[in-house]
Every structure is written in C-alpha cells, then in structure tokens.
Write a protein that binds this ligand. Sequence first.
Ligand SMILES: Nc1nc2c(ncn2[C@@H]2O[C@H](COP(=O)(O)OP(=O)(O)O)[C@@H](O)[C@H]2O)c(=O)[nH]1
Ligand SMILES: [Mg+2]
Length: 353
Amino acid sequence: MHGDTLSPPSTPVLTVCGATGAGKSSLINALVQAEVQAVGVTPTTSQAKQTQATLASGIPVYLLDTPGLAEAGRHESYLAALFDVLQKTDILLWVIGYDNRALDLDLEILRKIRAVSPHTPLLVLGNAIDRASRNFDPESFDPLGGQSGAEKAVADWLGYLEKTLAAVAPNGLMACAAGEACDDIRHQYNLAAVSARIEELLPESRRLHWQAHEKSLSERQQKGKKLILTACAAAGTVGLVPLPGVDLTLLITDLVALLLSLSKLYGRSFSQDSARALVVAGLSALASPIILHSVGKFVPVLGSLLGAGFAAATTYALGTACQRILEADQPFDLTSFTQAVREISKEYWTKEP
Ligand SMILES: Nc1nc2c(ncn2[C@@H]2O[C@H](COP(=O)(O)OP(=O)(O)O)[C@@H](O)[C@H]2O)c(=O)[nH]1
Ligand SMILES: [Mg+2]
C-alpha cells in the first residue's frame, strides 16, 4: 500500500424496520431515487435485502430492507434475525405509517433492541404524512406551525409518537413522506432532511475516515490522470500514422506499462500477463478507428498532434477505463474492462469537440 492513501472504510449499513405497510421499501426507493425494492400493500419483503446508495454528500451506504414486524407466531425467529442484522447495523431507521397509533408491538421490539444494542443510533420516521391531506403540497405543508386541519392532525400524531416512544428513540423523530412510487414527487416530503440527518448520525469516526479517504482519492485521481496524459503524449509519437500502419507491438507494450503503473498507484497490482490480456481485449473493443479518431480530439495535451489520433486515443480510452475501475474498487476482469472502454468511447463519440 502507498503511504499517502487510506484504504476505503467499509460501507455503513442503514437498516430499515417497522410494521408491514409502514413504507419501508418505499422509503428506500425514495432515498435512492430508483425502484430498487418491491412495494405493495401485501407484505412483499420476506427476507432482508440490501441496496447500495449514496447520501447527498457522496457517502456510500447500504440500505437494508427488512420484513414487516412479525405477527405473534413468528416472533422469536423474527427477533433472532433482527438482532443478527443489528450486529452490522450503523443506523437503525424505524418507520411508522400515518396515522398508526397502535404501537404496542413497535414499542416492545424497540425496547428489546435498546437492551441488546444500546449504542446504535436510532431514528424514528413518521412516514406517509401526505395521507393527512387530499391536496398535499410538499412545498407549503408545515406540521410544526401550520394551521390547517391536516397540519394540526399530523402535529398531533407526531406529538403522540414522540411521547409514546421517548424512552426508546434517543435520536428523535422526523416526519416524512416516501410517496406512492419513487418518482411521485407530489407525495414526497422532507427526504433531503432525512438524508442529512442520517449523515449526522453516522458515527464520527466513519465520517472522518470517509472525508480523509475522499481527499486521498482525489489526489490519487489527479496523479492517475497525469500518468494517462503523459502516456498519451508519448503514444502520439508512436502512432503518427493511423491504422493499419501503427506499430501495435510498441503500443501494446506502452499500454501494458500504463495499466501496471495505474494499478500500482491504487495499491492493486496485477501481473504483466493479465495487463497484456486487458490491453488486447480493450483494443478489440475499440474496433472502429472512426470512434478512436473522435476520442483523440478530446485528449487535451494533443491539441497540435491531432494526426496522431489512433495511438493517443487508444491510450486515453484504455487508461481512463482502467482508472475508473480502480476508482470504483471493482474487480478487474475482461468483461468489465471492455465494457468500461466501450462506455468511454461512446461518451466521447457523442460529445462535440
Ligand atoms: N401516499 C403514500 N403512500 C405511501 C408512502 N409510503 C408508502 N406508501 C404506500 O404504502 C404501501 C406500502 O408501502 P411499502 O413500502 O411496501 O411498505 P413496507 O411493507 O413497509 O415495505 C404502498 O402501496 C406504498 O405505495 C407515502 O409516504 N405516501
Ligand atoms: Mg416492504
């Protein structure tokens, strides 16, 4: 490992719990802005499911959707599974749907959770408050100070939740609405604030580690970019003649060297042979010299060397694909590499120079 880079910390896990129909799956979809969890009036989440997401500030998290609170018969197995999940949970989100006031089961399970995991931050979300009003307007709705019947009804319900759950919800309560679908903006409320609050509740050590990690990442990113552009400039002298006159052997040797130094920069190394296999696969993915030529126009240092398009553009596309995979800390295989190469050439193919 390099002294100037931190290893990525493990991704924080947010576990979402609550009664069936409270809106757990919808809330995950709304926070992620995509339909990643099945939503429905009948219980649709039978096993805990994990989704990767990014909070507003860019911190990656896992959101764990759990089955609805167990009915009496399955109580023990439900609790056992829940306590198991709690072991790896950083923040627990407890969802209650408007305007549920029958909280005996919630309260009972929350008490047990507090006893088993007293230090896990726990945020209660009073969800689906849009149901209080026929003409819900997320812009103007104000459950704290508003005077409409719906606003007062929501305020009353939130007050009830607060009072009832005070002893088991140390990190407070927020009102929100996840909407009926992930793109149902009209019935979504307070999600940005929920996301920000989640971030605040992340253990301090995790947040600091991430910030430091991000910083080292961007310095490293710059170093990687420099390596790629230097190699592009060198390649400019290799490939002055476009296909088929270009000296492929020389180009391949240079590309292998570039991939090896990039992987070293990211603290991941692969053998000369696998770098060579990646280069050959990447070259065949860039089958069209026309695409290559268009990529070449975007290589900044080449300004005056446009005629050298082929080798420089290939170097740019393969180097950038390699860096992207390293940045994302993804496994290296031929398929993901050639896919990244194609994506990059497509991005540049559709851009105006
Ligand atoms: N109007 C409204 N409907 C919601 C909201 N959250 C969830 N729903 C609906 O409530 C039903 C149950 O939601 P779901 O996410 O499956 O609940 P889960 O069982 O807790 O995962 C679905 O029909 C959702 O569309 C909300 O904030 N507002
Ligand atoms: Mg669900």
